[in-house]
Design a binder for this molecule. Structure first.
Ligand code: F6R
Ligand code: MG
Ligand code: MG
Length: 360
């Protein structure tokens, strides 16, 4: 069994919240290189989020692995403070590690599996958005035959997948068997601020197919500290959706919550690694995809999956949608709904005028 752990945090932005400083990435790489408890690792960033991609044989939710990540975030935060990077240590909500980084600020997605004869795996990383942003693409990848042809054509996919959904407000989970319960799952995951897809397994043999980070920083901290900027890992080919079927839903830059001050809807723009630096109005929200061909637990160098002209139209569309949404200024639906705004600094502004209201 090999375990893939992706643990990520915003430990400081360069410049503002737009990107990451090379020095921070270097420190993370140096620390992971020194550590002899992992099989392999890859360090990257999406915007201001530091992404630690690790393989090992300790299983999921393992204290050793979580401590490695936590210590790196602490060390990188020290350097971020020294360099006066913006929002240094913003995602570390506590300063004492207690066995698991869950609930402490960082985002986590982990899965254990037996490495196949060939194990292509895609890791998506987003900035300026929330975990529910994966709901629409994950639904299309694993449940929509108009997107994933294999659901119809390939007998290995034909029996469908089961999806675990988390209610991040009530802290509950529920499992849906697809395609039978398609209408039930859609009744929830169309509300991505509350219902978030956590993982996907294949019905025929219960093999794990995908796992996402579902941490919602504002719900943990009780206030807005920055967007969650989620990750999701998806296994591909030979009975799982093909690489191209996994990428296909991202050709539609759907509207997600996040962007400026975590309070605006905007399109999720698929970009190559070099373009993962959201700047216009602190956005628009971005997604990168690193493709790996696992080899005895080794990751090697990733392929930059959105570095492909076939996603140019999606990017252009995202820019057009950005213009259109921006024209709304402070009005909904560019501005997110009232529930979401509760966790921003807007309530403080409203407090000031509250006493001036008179009964009608
Ligand atoms: C979005 C984000 C930024 C900040 C904005 C204001 O996730 O982090 O859009 O909300 O730049 O930041 P502060 O309040 O730190 O000046
Ligand atoms: Mg930030
Ligand atoms: Mg971020």
């Amino acid at each position: 069994m090999i375990t893939l752990s992706i643990i990520k945090a915003d430990v400081g932005g360069f410049v503002g919240h737009s990107s990451s400083h090379q020095r921070i990435l270097e420190i993370a790489r140096q620390e992971l290189k020194k550590c002899n408890k992992l099989t392999d690792f890859y360090v990257t960033h999406c915007g201001d989020d530091l992404e630690l991609i690790m393989t090992h044989n300790h299983g999921i939710e393992n204290e050793i692995v979580h401590k490695i990540a936590w210590d790196i975030f602490v060390k990188c935060t020290e350097e971020a403070k020294r360099l006066k990077l913006y929002g240094a240590g913003q995602d570390l909500l506590t300063d004492t590690f207690s066995g698991n980084v869950k609930g402490m600020g960082p985002g986590v997605a982990e899965m254990s599996f037996e490495e196949r004869k060939s194990e292509p795996i895609l890791i998506f990383m987003a900035d300026k958005t929330e975990p529910g942003a994966w709901n629409l693409p994950l639904f299309k990848i694993f449940c929509d035959p108009f997107s994933t042809a294999g659901l119809i054509i390939d007998p290995k996919l034909h029996s469908g997948f089961s999806i675990e959904v988390h209610d991040v407000v009530e802290h509950k989970k529920i499992n849906f068997k697809m395609p039978e319960e398609m209408y039930d799952i859609l009744a929830l995951i169309g509300q991505p601020a509350r219902y978030v897809i956590k993982s996907v397994i294949r019905n025929s043999d219960k093999e794990i197919a995908a796992v996402a980070s579902t941490q919602r920083l504002s719900l943990i901290a009780g206030k807005y500290v920055g967007k969650d900027d989620p990750v999701v890992a998806i296994r591909s080919q030979s009975g799982f959706p093909a690489v191209g079927e996994i990428l296909e839903p991202f050709s539609f830059p759907h509207l997600v919550a996040g962007w400026m001050r975590g309070s605006h809807h905007g399109p999720l723009m698929p970009v190559s690694f070099k373009d993962a630096n959201p700047s216009r109005f602190d956005g628009p929200p971005r997604v990168i995809c690193a493709g790996f061909q696992l080899c005895n637990g080794k990751l090697s160098e990733p392929r930059d999956m959105f570095n492909d002209p076939s996603f140019d139209m999606a990017r252009e569309k995202a820019n057009r949608i950005s213009d259109f949404m921006r024209m709304h200024g402070p009005f909904q639906p560019h501005l997110v709904g009232v529930d979401e705004l509760e966790y921003t600094t807007l309530p403080d502004v409203l407090k000031k005028i509250k006493h001036r209201f008179e009964d009608l």
